[in-house]
Ligand binder design. Structure first.
Ligand SMILES: Nc1ncnc2c1ncn2[C@@H]1O[C@H](COP(=O)(O)OP(=O)(O)OP(=O)(O)O)[C@@H](O)[C@H]1O
Length: 407
């Protein structure tokens, strides 16, 4: 069986990055011969099989054509006559179109190795324009590879701009968009995702709420030299640094200031009330992209509460408890940790504040732990009934917060 390692695994090994999932392409086989060799099929119509021992994905070499106008998706053609080169030709970027045989020999018909060395993200061929998702894929690869010095080839960027102008990006299904956004948030430099999409004129189409922050001024005492769009870029990168790979924190960091785009002109650049104004656009974005509940819930809390967390050290004991209650921190204790990191990213992700400590974080963690230690069952044994237990619990938690503050 002629089997080649392809895609991300070859690319990442050549870049010296730790190996991820391994995908293989198989040439000269049919679905029947794969089944006869013991492979298990994945899905129904898709020519992908799992290796009987390793479970790794083996796809039959295939070509793909965009289906006729009026039909969605692609026509996949996979049979023993499809060559390895034809399979590689349908891939998105040259650096993703390198194959490696079992002896470690590279097959690289489109100059992927040269582009890896030159740190260039370049499309393979004219068929690139057939799938609008590739604009987002380019942006998310930049979130991962910009720190290594990669840039998008000018001719690829020109194609991406044409794809945006064609209006096809708006036909992308929510799940595909969310998946790429998530991969970008899990990468070391999410700001490169935003910047690449903006340059391709695509951000306003896929994330209009995020795009709306560019050009909106910040308060003078923050960093007047950059706008709120640049601020959200810095905050997103800081979140990726503080909680690498945590897309729940990353999404909250990205969206915490959406309300600033709605500040009336006469109120600029103060943005009073932006934490409340941001909830509506955030909900809209979450509904459109079918954002998972865990991501959505933390993002809404971070949007609404980030100013309170920043003011933590001045808050009254009662207000600290209210903040914890609004975060549902007694039923979902893990949330406070993520909220703290998103808020810390906001504070430290400002020009000149990158290395500043964020004392509000440890303080909120400490007071949360003290309030959590108060046990409703202990109070129940004192003979209190329903509503009075609730009141006693609040009082005891406030006392615990006070005691922790004084200790
Ligand atoms: N929409 C697409 N258009 C063209 N080629 C694609 C597309 N999606 C995937 N590919 C090809 O399939 C390979 C595997 O795709 P996948 O999305 O798993 O990314 P990857 O390159 O393995 O990177 P990572 O594992 O970091 O996400 C890619 O390297 C590319 O060759």
């Amino acid at each position: 069986m002629k089997t080649y390692l392809v895609g991300g695994a070859v690319r990442d090994r050549l870049l010296g990055l730790p190996p991820g999932d391994r995908d293989f392409v198989v040439v000269g086989e049919t679905p029947d011969s794969m089944l006869a060799a013991g492979f298990r099929p994945v899905g129904r119509d898709f020519p992908v099989f799992l290796h009987p021992d390793t479970g790794e994905e083996h796809a039959l070499a295939r070509t793909e054509r965009k289906s006729a106008p009026g039909h969605r998706g692609f026509v996949v053609h996979a049979d023993p006559s499809v060559t390895l080169e034809q399979d590689l030709e349908r891939r998105d970027f040259t650096i993703n179109a390198i194959a490696e045989d079992a002896d470690g020999n590279l097959v690289d018909p489109f100059g992927g190795v040269r582009d890896l060395e030159a740190r260039v993200l370049r499309h393979v061929g004219a068929a690139f324009v057939e799938d609008p998702l590739r604009v987002l894929r380019a942006a998310r690869f930049m979130a991962r590879f910009a720190p290594l010095g990669f840039r998008v080839a000018p001719e690829t960027m020109a194609l991406m701009q044409r794809m945006s102008a064609s209006g096809e990006l708006s036909s992308l299904v929510a799940e595909r968009v969310w998946q790429e956004l998530c991969k970008a948030l899990a990468a070391p430099q999410p700001s490169a995702f935003l910047r690449t999409l903006r340059e391709a004129d695509a951000l306003a189409v896929v994330l209009p709420e995020v795009d709306a922050l560019y050009g909106v001024p910040q308060r003078a005492e923050y960093h007047p030299e950059i706008d709120t769009g640049a601020h959200q870029e810095l905050v997103s990168d800081m979140a990726a640094r503080l909680a690498p790979g945590d897309t729940v924190v990353g999404f909250a960091a990205l969206t915490h200031d959406l309300g600033k785009a709605l500040t009336p002109k006469q109120e600029l650049p103060r943005h009073i009330g932006h934490e409340r104004a941001g909830v509506a656009p955030l909900r809209r974005l979450c509904e459109r992209l079918k954002v998972p509940l865990e991501h959505r819930d933390l993002a809404i809390i971070a949007c609404r509460e980030h100013l309170n967390v920043h003011r933590m050290l001045e808050l009254r004991d009662e207000t600290v408890l209210e903040l914890l209650e609004r975060c549902d921190a007694f039923r979902k204790p893990g949330r406070i940790e993520k909220l703290v990191i998103a808020c810390e990213a906001d504070k430290r992700g400002r020009l000149g504040l990158e290395d500043q400590p964020y004392p509000q974080g440890p303080e909120l963690r400490r007071l949360h732990a003290a309030a959590l230690a108060v046990n409703a069952r202990d109070l129940a044994t004192e003979g209190l009934d329903g509503p009075r237990i609730g009141q006693a619990l609040r009082k005891a938690r406030i006392a615990a917060i006070r005691a922790a503050r004084q200790s």
